[in-house]
Design a protein around this ligand. Sequence first.
Ligand code: 9UX
Length: 72
Amino acid sequence: SETKAMFSVFGMTCSACAGSVEKAIKRLPGIREAVVDVLNNRAQVLYFPTYVNEETIRETIEDVGFQATLIQ
Ligand code: 9UX
């Protein structure tokens, strides 16, 4: 069923950075919602674990160019 993951994301300096991270996450299969907060260096993602997992989401954030760590 629907699962929530929170990542810390470092290196974002503007809201366009956050937008590009959100867009990349939302392109993955099985994503319900992605909210990226540039001020607090956080990305919250709701996803369906049948289709995608935390590590794939984390690597997708890194592919955009930002260091990401799963925090919960
Ligand atoms: Mo604009 Mo945010 O190039 O890094 S997207 S500063």
